[in-house]
Design a protein around this ligand. Sequence first.
Ligand code: PEP
Ligand code: MN
Length: 336
Amino acid sequence: MLIVMDKDATTEEIQAVVAKIEALGYVAQPIPGGERVAIGILRNPRPVDPALFLDMPGVIQAIPVSKPYKLVSREMKRNDTIITLAGDLEIGRGRFVVMAGPCAVESEKQALTIARLVKEAGARIFRGGAYKPRTSPYSYQGLGKSGLKILAKVREETGLLTVTEAVDQESLKQVAEYADIIQIGARNMQNFSLLRAAGRAAKPVLLKRGMHATLEEWLMAAEYIMAEGNSRVILCERGVRGIGEHARNLLDLATIPAVRRESHLPIVVDPSHAAGRRDLVPPLARAAVAAGADGLLIEVHHEPEKALSDGAQSLYPGQFHRLMEEIRSLRPGGWH
Ligand code: PEP
Ligand code: MN
């Protein structure tokens, strides 16, 4: 249930609604944005009777929220959310951001070289895993904390913001300290204790879609984060398990308009993990832009043949540069 207040409602009237919700044993969640205050009712095991609120001063509407996800839903918040990432960099509602870099941080020299190249091409955020969730325990697992320190150095030297994955609660604490955006990977999309911990962090969260997740499961994962108080959630479509062998995953671009309908949160697309091979990345990236994505997450490596992970899907810097030019022509507004 969403209680919508009159635009002239006083602080006392708003407080009275909050107090009534709490007295019923539920949680009151003010919803930011818009010209009027709205208050969401959460943790109610059964539907709430609208009549309990409709005769209170300052209340103009009580809207039942029919979806299982509440805070992420468009029913709760009508306007697209704009998330401030850090400084003046925003994403959502037409503010388009490109995040690019290697799959994994391999060394300071590697990270800085790639960061300078992607920055020159127009990326504002540097990606690079310090903790890598790998299918095989024998594959490269990342540099861990020293990788995070390299990311901090990249930020300092280039001014790029950083996004990197947290794979468990321990790494989450460190990622939240060193990086600008916490990435939750596809394999952890339903790691509910990790989602809750990300919801208590003070940094925005990039939530990848699980490789078998329905749209509803994905939005419920975002709800876990928001329910803990972190409203800065960016959804990231990265493809689901498909049947073809021509690509690593099946990029589901239908999620862009479908998410827009269901949720106010920004959605970005990762064509690299969807494709698994670099020749497919630029066309998928362009398609994502055309379908209305709020940003892209792209793997780039200056020496992909020597990359310790995901070299085959990493773009050469020249390819990335060309792709950015193409995006510019697709988006007359350019990007941040
Ligand atoms: C990644 O971005 O490096 C990654 C491991 O992605 P995903 O979780 O989508 O597989
Ligand atoms: Mn990767």
